[in-house]
Design a protein around this ligand. Structure first.
Ligand code: SF4
Ligand code: SF4
Ligand code: SF4
Length: 331
């Protein structure tokens, strides 16, 4: 019998959703345990860092690392897992580009701490106690990791072999990555795997009208429903959600999820990251939206329409702030 793959799954600044998504491979989990042993997964078992430190270098065949780099602990473990893993995969939007935690990069560390520990309405902290990196107790000194000024993507701190995007990656793509790894059929180092090579629009059940569409009102999907009877001129499909005024990131986003949000009549939020050839996903969608606004040559009208988009930065860079051309503070 060939030796089983040793697989690690680690979380840094993450929500745990990427681990849960791996369970969605459903009955394939039985095939997975035929070919692989899980040698690290803090989400489901109590692995100690010292156990990992004791592994020989390169002991883990493939490590799926999810979450961004928010603090000194995440950086230290990323460096440790890089050393202990033959193949390191940035798994999910947070590891790829900082993900949702990196939206905090819009604020300074001090402002974020003040909001979290002092001014949040539900806080009960009359003495204004803030987290300390060390604290002396009668039993000894306690240590907490140092918070960095901003959230970073995994390849800001270590060399990454492959990238699997998504928030979280979809089960079908996770399984196709595992199969490729088990069969030793991986593309060149640095590739984005478990994805398509087009944009979400190419897999979308909605259809763009060819020309003449202008947006004069932006809508929010929890307040208004898309009009499914409004057919585009081509193919008799329902008209593109963006053209209907819903902010949809599909044209700036890499395919691979089979447009699963669109199939539920929800606009794409962009979790598969920039489409091939797109350097900055947020800038790309801002430019696409700008070209559709019904300005009628009037910049004030244009500004009024664009102002209807709630939280444009948080919307356009929901997953990609750690990789954006906007301000990113250093470690
Ligand atoms: S990519 Fe999404 S699901 Fe995965 S850890 Fe980040 S927030 Fe959670
Ligand atoms: S912009 Fe959105 S709704 Fe329109 S075609 Fe692309 S993915 Fe579909
Ligand atoms: S449609 Fe967009 S937001 Fe939804 S899973 Fe696909 S890439 Fe992510």
């Amino acid at each position: 019998m060939t030796q089983k793959l040793k697989v690690g799954i680690y979380w840094a600044a993450s929500c745990g959703g990427c681990e849960i998504a791996t369970l969605e491979i459903a009955e394939n989990i039985l095939k997975f345990i035929e070919v692989a042993d899980l040698v690290l997964c803090p989400c489901i078992a109590d692995f100690k860092y010292d156990d990992v430190r004791a592994y020989p270098d390169g002991y883990i065949d493939v490590c799926f690392f999810n979450g961004g780099i928010r603090n000194s602990e995440a950086k230290e473990i990323a460096e440790l897992l890089r050393k202990k893993s033959k193949t390191l995969v940035a798994f999910g939007a947070c590891a790829n580009w900082g993900g949702i935690p990196a939206l905090a990069n819009l604020y300074t560390k001090d402002a974020m701490i003040e909001r979290s520990y002092i001014t949040t309405e539900s806080n009960d902290n009359p003495q204004g106690t803030l987290p300390q990196t060390s604290y002396k107790m009668p039993e000894g000194e306690l240590h907490l990791p140092k918070l960095f000024d901003s959230v970073h993507k995994l390849d800001d701190v270590v060399d990454v072999d492959y990238y699997v995007p998504g928030c979280p990656p979809v089960a079908k793509q996770i399984w196709s990555c595992i199969e490729a790894i088990a069969a030793g059929k991986l593309p060149p180092k640095g590739s984005v795997i478990g994805v398509g090579d087009k944009s979400v629009c190419d897999e979308c059940p909605f259809e763009k009208k060819t020309e003449g569409v202008r947006i004069s009102k932006f809508k929010r999907p929890h307040l208004e429903k898309p009009d499914l009877t409004k057919k585009a001129e081509l193919n008799n499909k329902p008209q593109c959600l963006l053209e209907q005024g819903f902010v949809c990131m599909g044209s700036a986003t890499r395919s691979g999820c089979e447009a699963q949000c669109l199939k539920a009549n929800m606009p794409c939020r962009g979790c598969y990251g920039p489409a091939e050839g797109v350097e900055d996903q947020g800038a790309k969608i801002a430019s696409a939206i700008g070209s559709l606004v019904d300005s009628q040559g009037n910049s004030e009208r244009s500004a009024e329409i664009v102002a209807q988009i709630v939280d444009p930065v948080g919307t356009f860079y929901r997953f990609g702030m750690g990789n954006s051309m906007l301000r990113v503070k250093k470690l």
